[in-house]
Ligand binder design. Sequence first.
Ligand code: FES
Length: 132
Amino acid sequence: MSVEVARTSEIPVGTMKRVTAFGEHVLLSNVGGKIYATQNDCGHQRASLARGKLEGNIVTCPLHGAKFDVTSGRNIEGVRMGMSPELMQKMPPEVVVMFKNMGEIMADIEIRPLRTYKVEFKGDSIYLDKVT
Ligand code: FES
């Protein structure tokens, strides 16, 4: 059964909106005038992708930088925990080692694809349904 979650006017081209449907956080993304719906929680450690950056059909997670295709939910790039060489030189060696270890642990965590939802329209309203 589909549920109404937003109006198309709330999501201009190139923007995203987090909504709730079926007790789940869902990310609506407007890619070139077409609305796509995926789970909002990152497939890495569940950060809100609505706080990330949408470029074309790719959303970048605001926490560790993993990238997902919002049209398919597919993970296309892993975590990126980069620090500029200038900043690294200003840090105590113990902190640099700690960040390096954290980066290696993060890289081992599996990144899952995003669940997708079926999107329907009735007038200006957006409806979602679960993909079975
Ligand atoms: S929580 Fe999204 S990349 Fe780690």
